[in-house]
Design a binder for this molecule. Structure first.
Ligand SMILES: *[C@@H]1O[C@H](CO)[C@@H](O)[C@H](O)[C@H]1NC(C)=O
Ligand SMILES: *[C@@H]1O[C@H](CO)[C@@H](O)[C@H](O)[C@H]1NC(C)=O
Ligand SMILES: *[C@@H]1O[C@H](CO)[C@@H](O)[C@H](O)[C@H]1NC(C)=O
Length: 297
C-alpha cells in the first residue's frame, strides 16, 4: 500500500519529462524539414539548379551554415547549386550542406542535405605523346611484345583500343583493353625497315551506338626494324631461294683456265668473276674478309 502511493508521483514526473521532450522534437521538426535521403546531381549541371525544397512555415528564417566549396545557396526555401559541378575537381563526391532554421524568439534547428555528385563522361582519353617510336629486331618471335602504349582518362576505365586496319599486317594488340603491341608476323629487314601504326583509343565500347557522350584519341607509332646479323655473306652472283623462313642465295662457284707449265701474268680470269661476296643482311656494313681454305686439283 505504502509502496503504491510512493510510486505514483514518480511515474507522473517521468511522463511529463517524456512529453516535454517529445514536444521539443515536434516543434523542431515543424520548424523545418528536408525530404529524407541524399539528393543526386550530375556534374556538368547547368548553373542555378534546384536540389531540394526545405519545408518550413513562413516565419522561419533559413540560412546555409555549412557550404562545401561555397557551391550552394538558398533561393527562398529552395537549396540551389550556384554553378556547374566538376566531379574531377571536387575533393569528395558527397557534399553535406547544413541549413539552419530559426524562428524569432525560439531555438534554431540544423538540417543537413547530403548531395551526391555523379560522374559523367566529360573528359577524353589521352596519350602522353602524339607520336611514339619503337624498335624491334627483325625475326622477333611472333607474339612477343614490342611495347605498351596506354592512354589515361580521368572518367573511364577500361579504355578500348584498336590498331587502324591498314597498318596491322605485322602487329596486333594483346586485346581490346590492353594496348600491348605484339608481333603478328615475322619481320624481315630486307622487306620492311619502318612500319607506321595508328593506335585509336575510345572511352566507351560502342559509343556511337549509345546516346552517352564518348571521346576518342589517336597516337601514331613508328616501329623501326633493326637489322640483325642473321645471314652469312653470299658469293655473287647468286640465286635467291627460300628454305622455310630462311633465305639463301646460292652461288654456282667460279671457273678459270690456266695452261699447264705456262706462267700467267696478272689476276686469274674467272667466270663469272671477279670473286666477290655481299652480306646477306641488306644494311650491315661489316667488312667481309676472304681466305683460301685449300686447293683442289
Ligand atoms: C563538362 O564541363 C567541362 C568544364 O567543366 C567542359 O569542358 C566539358 O566540355 C563539359 N562536358 C560535357 C559533356 O558537357
Ligand atoms: C600467338 O598467340 C595466339 C593467341 O594467343 C595463338 O593463337 C598463336 O598460336 C600464337 N602463335 C605463336 C606462333 O605462338
Ligand atoms: C693457253 O694456250 C692456248 C693455246 O696454246 C692459248 O690460246 C691460250 O691463250 C692460253 N691460255 C691462257 C690462259 O694463257
Amino acid at each position: 500500500m505504502e509502496l503504491k502511493l510512493k510510486s505514483k508521483p514518480v511515474n507522473s514526473l517521468l511522463g511529463c519529462i517524456v512529453a516535454i521532450c517529445f514536444c521539443t522534437v515536434c516543434a523542431a521538426q515543424r520548424l523545418c524539414t528536408v525530404p529524407p535521403g541524399p539528393v543526386s546531381v550530375s556534374e556538368n549541371n547547368t548553373a542555378d539548379v534546384q536540389l531540394v525544397q526545405v519545408r518550413s512555415s513562413s516565419d522561419v528564417t533559413l540560412t546555409v551554415t555549412v557550404n562545401p566549396e561555397d557551391l550552394f545557396y538558398l533561393r527562398g526555401n529552395a537549396l540551389m547549386v550556384k554553378k556547374g559541378l566538376d566531379y574531377e575537381s571536387l575533393s569528395s563526391a558527397t557534399l553535406v550542406v547544413w541549413v539552419q532554421c530559426r524562428r524569432a524568439g525560439s531555438r534554431s534547428v540544423n538540417e543537413s542535405v547530403e548531395v551526391l555528385v555523379e560522374n559523367v563522361n566529360d573528359n577524353p582519353p589521352n596519350f602522353a605523346q602524339n607520336h611514339y617510336v619503337l624498335e624491334v629486331n627483325e625475326l622477333t618471335a611472333i607474339n612477343s611484345s614490342v611495347g605498351l602504349i596506354e592512354a589515361t582518362d580521368v572518367d573511364s576505365e577500361p579504355l578500348f583500343y584498336r590498331l587502324e586496319s591498314a597498318t596491322d599486317k605485322y602487329f596486333r594488340l594483346e586485346n581490346i583493353n590492353t594496348p600491348k603491341i605484339l608481333v603478328k608476323s615475322l619481320l624481315d629487314y630486307d622487306v620492311v625497315q619502318k612500319i607506321s601504326l595508328i593506335l585509336h583509343v575510345q572511352d566507351t565500347f560502342n559509343g556511337s551506338a549509345s546516346n552517352e557522350p564518348f571521346f576518342t584519341s589517336v597516337a601514331t607509332i613508328t616501329v623501326q626494324v633493326r637489322d640483325v646479323d642473321n645471314r652469312p655473306p653470299w658469293f655473287q652472283p647468286c640465286l635467291r631461294t627460300n628454305l622455310g623462313i630462311a633465305k639463301l642465295c646460292v652461288s654456282s662457284g667460279y671457273r678459270g683456265r690456266v695452261n699447264l707449265t705456262e706462267k700467267e701474268e696478272g689476276p686469274l680470269v674467272l667466270e663469272p668473276g671477279p670473286v666477290f661476296a655481299k652480306d646477306g643482311d641488306k644494311n650491315r656494313s661489316e667488312q667481309i674478309s676472304y681466305r683460301i681454305l685449300r686447293e683442289k686439283c
